[in-house]
Each structure stands twice: as structure tokens, then as C-alpha cells.
Design a protein around this ligand. Structure first.
Ligand code: SF4
Length: 349
């Protein structure tokens, strides 16, 4: 694998898209308007993996389109209410036992549907002073046993900086879990170096939740990076966003979830797309998502099935929204099996 400095550069401008044949010359003005508001970056690996498929599942996730200028009335600048629960710079405390710590606003790709698209790409990494303030808050709240590192993408930081953050968090005795939410092993796997893995060997258990939406993202080098993490003993989970025209059909998701499981990544969440501004063209209905989950339940083992969830707009938390298999009936329960047949079940008295 090429070292970080020898790889081709990321695509970050509309001009670069034009040169690569990923933008139509007639749409340049609109694309400049989109990218003046929502940052553009496509990692070299994702550029390579999308090939010439300017409308394929990878291009649709990373290449801006004029559709992003269509902002709908229900869409919000802070779709899941991060700001409502912000307690210090970079720190969100929504649930009693865990906090979200945004350690950087930078990512190696900027996904066109990102629910934090208003903030990613902003002012770089959390300062030492802000990290100290966040750690002081966590230390003062013994009920917090898990820190979710997010951003931006926390693994876009250097191994040295991640080591410093791990060291700081490890000194908080009541912390049991440090969880990374990241796209790096998929989109920029060169960052999964021995130095990074050494930095992750700390006392709180480190979990990695990998964001990936289509099996085409899981290139050979990405799978090798996942293997390095798995071999280091880091439990791997995935999160996927349900995206219209990209993965909103059972065959595509089945392929993704089987590929993940083969690579020792347990499918964890399938997110209903959030109400971020300019992302309506990616959104399916909840009933469409439930229908997909119903089909998948009939095809896949529980190990391959994520939970279909909605982050309730406004910061009210995440809830499962998968299809219902159980309804009350005649003092018992009417249960639907994966083939759609109905059965009566009574609790033993
Ligand atoms: S990598 Fe994650 S945080 Fe960054 S743009 Fe994509 S979805 Fe948003």
C-alpha cells in the first residue's frame, strides 16, 4: 500500500470534478453554489472505486449535485438536536450514561447526505483547552461510562493526537467504553497503521462503529484495514444510512450486510435518513424502510441484521422503527412470522 504522502490527492473543488468527468459543465454555477455551503472532499480511494460511474452508488454519495439546493420546509440545520444538549465545546450530553465528543470537524470524504453537514469541514480539531474542559465535565459526572468520539471523523486525526486523547480519557476511572464513529477504515484505510492501533490499546474498551452504505465501498484495501482492527481485538460494528437510489432495496442491503459480517463487522444500525438541509432527494419513507427490513428478516440471520432506527428530530433520541411482528389479540398476541403468516401466542398463566 502507498504511504499517505504518495497517494493521489483528494478531490475538493468543482474544477477537479470537471477535470475528472464527474460534473457536467452546464451545472458548474449551481455546483459552486452547493459547495460554497457544503464542503466537498472525495478521498483518492473512493474516487478510484467509483470508476467512471458518475451516477453509481459511490458517486451519488460523494459528488455534489444541484438537487442539494432544494431545501424543504421540514429540513433543519441541526436535525438531531446536537446543540440542544451541548454542554461544552465539542461535548453533547443527551443520554445519562454517555456523551458525544466531537474531536475534529474534518473528514476524508464529505457525504452529501451528512446530518452534520452544517458543521463538518469547519474549524479543525478540538483544542487542548477544550479537550481538558470536556474531560473535566466527564470526570465530574460518574454516571457517564461511555464516550462516543465523532466529528467530523475522529480517525482523520493523526495517530499521535488520537493517542493523546486516549491517554486523557483513560485517566477517568469510571469510563468503561470509548466508541469511535468513523468512515476512515473504508474511505482512507491507510490511516489504520500500527501506530494508530497501538494508540487504541487503552484501558476502557475501544469499539469501532464503521459507517458504510454500499458493498462497493468495501474495497480490498478497506477490508484489509478492517482485518487489522479485528486482529487487534477491537470489536467492529457498522452503521448504514438508508439512501434512496443507493441502497434502498433488499438485494443491495443484503449484499452489504453479508460483506460486513464476512469482514467481522456486525451490522448495528440502519438509520432512517435525517432531515438535514438539501438532502430530500436521498430520503425514503419509513414504510419503504420497514418493507425492506421485513424482506431482510426472512433472508438473513440475526447476526447480519441491523436495527432500523430514527433519530427523532429535535434531539429526543434514537428509537427502533422496524416493522412490528406483534399485536395484542384476544387476551394474547398475534405474531407474524418472516413469511407473513400470522400465529396466536398466549403468555403462560
Ligand atoms: S464521514 Fe461522517 S461526519 Fe463526515 S461527512 Fe460523512 S457522514 Fe458526515
Amino acid at each position: 500500500m502507498l504511504p499517505l504522502t504518495s497517494r493521489p490527492r483528494a478531490l475538493t473543488t468543482v474544477d477537479a470534478l470537471l477535470t475528472e468527468g464527474l460534473a457536467h459543465p452546464d451545472r458548474v454555477a449551481e455546483l459552486r453554489q452547493v459547495t460554497s455551503e457544503f464542503r466537498l472532499r472525495i478521498s483518492p480511494l473512493m474516487r478510484e472505486a467509483m470508476g467512471n460511474l458518475a451516477t453509481g452508488p459511490l458517486a451519488r454519495q460523494f459528488v455534489p449535485t444541484p438537487a442539494e439546493l432544494d431545501v424543504r420546509p421540514e429540513e433543519r440545520t441541526d436535525p438531531i438536536g446536537d446543540l440542544t444538549h451541548k454542554v461544552a465545546p465539542g461535548l453533547t450530553h443527551r443520554y445519562p450514561d454517555r456523551v458525544i465528543l466531537a474531536v475534529t470537524q474534518s473528514c476524508d470524504v464529505y457525504c452529501r447526505f451528512c446530518f452534520r453537514r452544517e458543521t463538518v469541514g469547519g474549524d479543525g480539531a478540538l483544542s487542548d483547552a477544550d479537550l481538558d474542559a470536556a474531560c473535566a465535565y466527564i470526570a465530574a459526572h460518574p454516571a457517564i461510562w461511555e464516550v462516543v468520539l465523532t466529528g467530523g471523523d475522529p480517525l482523520s486525526l493523526s495517530a499521535r493526537r488520537i493517542g493523546a486523547i486516549m491517554d486523557r480519557l483513560s485517566r477517568i476511572p469510571h469510563l468503561g467504553i470509548i466508541r469511535f464513529h468513523t468512515r476512515v477504515p473504508v474511505v482512507f484505510p491507510e490511516r489504520i497503521t500500527p501506530a494508530l492501533i497501538r494508540a487504541l490499546k487503552v484501558r476502557p474498551a475501544v469499539y469501532m462503529v464503521i459507517h458504510t452504505n454500499h458493498a462497493q465501498e468495501l474495497t480490498g484495501v478497506s477490508c484489509a484495514a478492517l482485518a487489522r482492527l479485528a486482529q487487534a481485538g477491537i470489536p467492529l460494528l457498522s452503521q448504514t444510512v438508508l439512501l434512496k437510489g443507493i441502497n434502498d432495496d433488499p438485494d443491495t442491503l443484503e449484499d452489504l450486510f453479508r460483506t460486513l459480517l464476512r469482514n467481522r463487522v456486525k451490522p448495528y444500525y440502519l438509520h432512517h435518513s435525517d432531515l438535514a438541509r438539501g438532502t430530500g432527494h436521498f430520503r425514503t419513507s419509513i414504510s419503504a424502510g420497514q418493507a425492506i427490513m421485513k424482506v431482510l428478516r426472512g433472508r438473513l440471520s440475526g447476526t447480519a441484521l441491523p436495527t432500523y432506527v430514527l433519530d427523532i428530530p429535535g434531539g429526543f433520541g434514537k428509537v427502533p422503527i422496524g416493522p412490528a411482528y406483534l399485536t395484542p389479540d384476544a387476551g394474547g398476541w398475534r405474531v407474524t412470522d418472516p413469511q407473513g403468516h400470522s400465529h396466536l401466542y398466549r403468555d403462560p398463566v
